[in-house]
Design a protein around this ligand. Sequence first.
Ligand code: FES
Length: 147
Amino acid sequence: MNKERVSIPRSNDASASSSAQLLGAEASQAQPIGKEAAAINGAARFYKAAAIDDLDEGTLLGVEVDGESVCLAKIHGAICAFTDNCTHISGPLSDGELDGEALTCPWHGAQFNIRTGKVLRGPARADILTYPVIVDGQTILVGLPEG
Ligand code: FES
């Protein structure tokens, strides 16, 4: 699993820094979080998505992040974020069934790996988008592509 630790200085306390777990496969290095609780790493802008206590091990949580439907999941203590829309005909993946890293869409049974986004079983043919995640204290931040 791709996992590294990064430090995110808080904009309102330049002397303090907190450790954050960078759990997404695509994120590189976090930058300071501004007042809007977003961090920019050149490829993604990070937004508050949920509190760490909102997500139990092995469960799914649908959230809206900057107008995007995002699904969060926690497996083996790691948090994954990916689109909440199935690539078949937009079934709500947060209503699906999670078995390890395999998520089954509730509408027609397509299956995806939530860590890689890869299709494991049709009828969906396209992979789902996955997003980088930073855990900053009790807050889950999700990075959406810029632009
Ligand atoms: S909408 Fe997900 S399998 Fe059809």
